[in-house]
Design a protein around this ligand. Structure first.
Ligand SMILES: Cc1cc2nc3c(=O)[nH]c(=O)nc-3n(C[C@H](O)[C@H](O)[C@H](O)COP(=O)(O)OP(=O)(O)OC[C@H]3O[C@@H](n4cnc5c(N)ncnc54)[C@H](O)[C@@H]3O)c2cc1C
Length: 374
C-alpha cells in the first residue's frame, strides 16, 4: 500500500470513529432525557439492583415501543446497548422484566435459533412482551454447570424435559425459559448437553417462588415433568450446549450491570459527601472510570464477533467488589438516606454469586492467562 493510500485509509477510519462517537453521544443524550422525563412523570422510583429486582412489564413495553430492546440483533450492536443500559442502570430504572431476553437469550436466538424460533420470539422480545428466565442452575449444579441432570428425551417432533432448575429469577412470571439439559449420557460431562427454549405455559412446567431475605421475590425453582419442546426450539446443535453456553456467559458477565447495581446509592453518596469524604468517594469514582473503560472494551469485542470470556469475568469480579465498596462508603457518609443503603445491603449478598461466583471467575481468568502464556 502506498503512503497516500495508507493515510487515506487511516483518515477514513478516524472519520468513521468520530461519526460513531458523535452518534453514540447523541443516543446517550436522547436516552438520558427520556429517562429524566419518565422520572419526573413518576413512571418509576430509582432503586439499587434494578436490573434484577426492578420488575415492571409496563416499563419494559415503554422501552420496546421506543425500539430500545434488542439493539444487538437489530443492527445497533453491543456498544450502543452499553450506552443504553448504562443510562438505565444509573437511573435505577426497572428493567428486570426484559433483561435476560435482551442481554443474552435474544442474541442467542438471533445467532443460533431456527427461522421459526426467530419469527416466533424476536418481535415479542423487542416489544417487551416475551420475557425470559434462565434455567441453568440445579440443586447439584451451580458453579459446576456441566453437572446438570435435567434430561431431554427424544419424542415425535421434539423433546420431553424432566428435572429441576433452581434460583431461576422471575420464572413464575416469565413467558419463556432458557433450559440447559442433558440429551445424552455416558460421555464426558461437558458433552451431550443441549440448549432449549421452553414455553413456560407448556403442560408439565411448574414454577414456585423461593423467598429470600425480603420475602417472596425473584427466586424460583422450576420443575419439568415431561414438558414438550419442539425441534424448532433447540438452540444451535444438539449435544453442543456446553460450547455455546460458555460463549454466552461473556454476554451474561460482561455488561455494565456487573458494576452499576449500586449506582443509585453512589449518586446519593456523591450528593451528600463533604470535604472529609473526598478521598473515599474520589477513589470510587476513579475505579468506576477504569471499570467503564473495560466494559466498553468488552462491548467492542462482542461487536467484533468475539466471546471475551476472560475480560468479561474480570469485569464482573472487579465490578462486584466495587458495588459492595459503594455500600461501605455510603454507610460512612453522613446524610445518605437510610432506606437507599438498606435496599443495597439486602441485594449485596447476590452480587458475587449470580452469574458465577468470584472464586469461579478467578479460575476462568487464571485459565485464560495460563493459555496465553502457553
Ligand atoms: C441473586 C441471584 C440470582 C440468580 N439467578 C439465577 C438464574 O436466573 N438462573 C440460574 O440458573 N441461576 C441463577 N442463580 C444461581 C447462580 O448462578 C449460582 O448460585 C452460582 O452459579 C453458584 O452456584 P451454587 O449456588 O450452586 O454454589 P456452589 O457451586 O455450590 O458453590 C459453593 C461455593 O464453592 C465455591 N466453589 C465452587 N466451585 C469452585 C471452584 N472450582 N474453585 C473454587 N471455589 C469453588 C463457590 O465459589 C462458592 O463459594 C442466581 C444466584 C443468585 C445469588
Amino acid at each position: 500500500m502506498t503512503f497516500r493510500a495508507e493515510r487515506r485509509g487511516t483518515f477514513r477510519a478516524e472519520r468513521r470513529g468520530t461519526f460513531r462517537a458523535e452518534r453514540r453521544g447523541a443516543f446517550r443524550a436522547e436516552v438520558r432525557d427520556q429517562i429524566a422525563k419518565w422520572r419526573r412523570d413518576g413512571v418509576f422510583e430509582p432503586r439499587s439492583d434494578s436490573w434484577l429486582t426492578g420488575y415492571d412489564e409496563d416499563f419494559s413495553r415503554r422501552l420496546g415501543a421506543r425500539g430500545w430492546i434488542g439493539l444487538t440483533w437489530r443492527g445497533r450492536g453491543f456498544a450502543d446497548r452499553f450506552v443504553l443500559t448504562e443510562e438505565l442502570l444509573r437511573a435505577g430504572a426497572p428493567v428486570a422484566a426484559h433483561w435476560i431476553a435482551d442481554r443474552q437469550i435474544g442474541p442467542a436466538i438471533a445467532r443460533l435459533g431456527s427461522a421459526a424460533l426467530k419469527q416466533a420470539l424476536l418481535p415479542g422480545i423487542e416489544a417487551g412482551d416475551v420475557r425470559f428466565c434462565l434455567g441453568m442452575s440445579e440443586p447439584d449444579a451451580g458453579s459446576d454447570l456441566a453437572s446438570v441432570r435435567t434430561r431431554a428425551v427424544r419424542t415425535d417432533g421434539g423433546w420431553l424435559l424432566d428435572g429441576q432448575k433452581v434460583w431461576s429469577s422471575h420464572a413464575h412470571r416469565a413467558t419463556h425459559a432458557y433450559v440447559l439439559a442433558r440429551t445424552s449420557t455416558g460421555e464426558h460431562k461437558h458433552r451431550g448437553l443441549t440448549e432449549f427454549v421452553l414455553d413456560m405455559s407448556a403442560p408439565g412446567v411448574t414454577a414456585r417462588q423461593i423467598p429470600d431475605m425480603r420475602g417472596p421475590g425473584h427466586f424460583c425453582e422450576v420443575f419439568f415433568d415431561g414438558a414438550f419442546v419442539p425441534d424448532s426450539a433447540v438452540l444451535g446443535s444438539v449435544g453442543d450446549g456446553w460450547g455455546q453456553v460458555t460463549g454466552q456467559l461473556a454476554f451474561e458477565r460482561g455488561g455494565p450491570e456487573r458494576v452499576l447495581s449500586t449506582y443509585p446509592l453512589l449518586a446519593l453518596t456523591l450528593a451528600a459527601a463533604g470535604p472529609a469524604d473526598a478521598g473515599r468517594v474520589g477513589e470510587l469514582v476513579a475505579r468506576l472510570t477504569a471499570l467503564r473503560r473495560l466494559g466498553k472494551q468488552v462491548a467492542a469485542r462482542m461487536d467484533a464477533g468475539e466471546a471475551p470470556i476472560g475480560a468479561a469475568a474480570t469485569l464482573k469480579m472487579l465490578g462486584n467488589r466495587f458495588e459492595v465498596d459503594v455500600i461501605e462508603v455510603a454507610r460512612s457518609v453522613p446524610g445518605v438516606p437510610r432506606a437507599a443503603i438498606d435496599d443495597a445491603v439486602l441485594a449485596a449478598p447476590g452480587f458475587s454469586l449470580r452469574g458465577g461466583t468470584t472464586e469461579v471467575l478467578g479460575v476462568v481468568i487464571a485459565r485464560e492467562a495460563m493459555g496465553a502464556v502457553g
